[in-house]
Design a protein around this ligand. Structure first.
Ligand code: GRF
Length: 197
């Protein structure tokens, strides 16, 4: 199984998956990173891992349909089976969505279906969880469909929300879980323990 990553920033989740592949815990091979942001730390991580990377964005392809097609072409050329969104801040285009139906994964830093949807990303999520007085949060790996954060849930991990938590401390606790949950989910897909529709 070949993995293609889409990332915008640091790529710590991508790194956890690369490490899992390198250590043999995930029977899959990282094939390609696509980044919209030429300054993304994820690009350095890909270079260190020897994984090819491309920068594709509104500057390289001003027409959104062209960009969608270019991303799809790059994934196909690399023979990617499973697309891993790893902190990708752009919406997935309709061509990519249709061609990789039920083969695009995302990780969200909360227990979906709570605290998802447009505008719910990064620190906004953890702020909202604390403001709502939740005693529990976590991470969700799910399939991508047309609606933000609403595709079928594959796995979740839970963490407590502590009375003294700030959005920053909660984010760190959730991120630690993300780094276990995402590689674990991909390993289970690669070994058939999780069957995608
Ligand atoms: C993570 O919090 C993930 O849940 C969200 O974006 C963040 C990506 O972080 N989708 P990183 O780039 O993997 O460090």
């Amino acid at each position: 199984m070949k993995l293609g990553f889409l990332a915008s920033h640091g790529g710590s989740n991508m790194q956890a998956i690369l490490d899992g592949c390198a250590a043999g815990r995930i029977p899959a091979s990282p094939a390609l990173l696509i980044c919209n942001n030429p300054g993304a730390g994820a690009l350095d991580r890909a270079a260190k891992a020897g994984m090819p990377a491309r920068v594709l964005n509104g500057k390289t392809h001003p027409d959104p349909a062209d960009l969608d097609a270019a991303i799809l072409d790059a994934l196909r050329a690399a023979q990617v089976d499973l697309v891993i969104l790893a902190g990708y801040m752009k919406k997935i285009g309709p061509q990519l969505l249709a061609s990789y139906q039920n083969r695009i994964l995302n990780i969200h830093p909360a227990l979906l279906p709570k605290f998802g949807g447009q505008g719910m990303f990064g620190m906004h999520v953890h702020r909202a969880v604390i403001a709502a007085g939740e005693t529990e949060s976590g991470a969700t790996v799910h399939l991508i469909d047309e609606v933000y954060d609403e595709g079928p849930i594959l796995q979740q991990a839970r963490v407590p929300v502590l009375p003294a938590d700030t959005p920053e401390t909660l984010q760190l606790r959730v991120l630690e879980q993300e780094h276990q949950l995402y590689p674990d989910t991909i390993a289970k897909i690669a070994t058939g323990q999780i069957q995608l529709p």
